[in-house]
Design a binder for this molecule. Structure first.
Ligand code: ZN
Length: 174
């Protein structure tokens, strides 16, 4: 996939469709634009554009260069899309995912689960105890839930991601 498409997809998956108009203007421009210029092109308030730009920048999708206007003394922000850093953004996302999966794995390992055989809802021991081992949704008796399958799946996913991260990091160094 092209870097531009990848950046757009990342933006949608992280932040939703609302950020797209601003991002697309920057992608089309393939260079720098000020918030004022973007606001004019989109015909929206500059404050809205600024807010979107800061959100995009928080997630590493755009960046800016700041210069001082000699006449007014005001700062001007020139924004551009981070198409050249899309691989780093992806890599960071994978690292974050690994962190989340590891936390999830810890949670799975440190808890005992009970499951409702009728509707499949799952409860940790404390919740099951509170409800006297009856499903709070339908009243069926909860049964002990073997969590090894879930842990296996999480462990496999972590391994997969770590291998990808390794390969991509190596590819960059060489
Ligand atoms: Zn139930």
């Amino acid at each position: 996939m092209e870097a531009e498409e990848l950046l757009k997809e990342l933006a949608i998956s992280m932040l939703g469709d609302e950020v797209l108009p601003v991002l697309e203007i920057l992608l089309k421009k393939k260079g720098e634009l000020t918030d004022d210029e973007i606001a004019r092109i989109l015909n929206v308030k500059v404050n809205n554009v600024r807010r979107t730009l800061y959100i995009l920048s928080d997630h590493g999708l755009v960046r800016y260069k700041r210069t001082r206007d000699r006449e007014t003394g005001w700062y001007l922000y020139y924004w551009r899309a981070n198409t050249d850093q899309v691989n780093d953004i992806l890599l960071n996302r994978k690292r974050e995912m690994v962190q989340k999966l590891k936390m999830r794995l810890e949670f799975e390992s440190n808890n005992t689960f009970y499951i409702c055989p009728d509707d499949g809802s799952r409860y940790i021991f404390d919740e099951a105890l509170e409800n006297e081992f009856k499903c709070p949704r339908c009243g069926a008796s909860l049964v002990y839930y073997e969590g090894d399958k879930v842990k296996e799946i999480i462990e496999r996913k972590i391994k997969e991601l770590e291998e990808e991260i390794n390969n991509e990091t190596k590819a960059k160094v060489s």
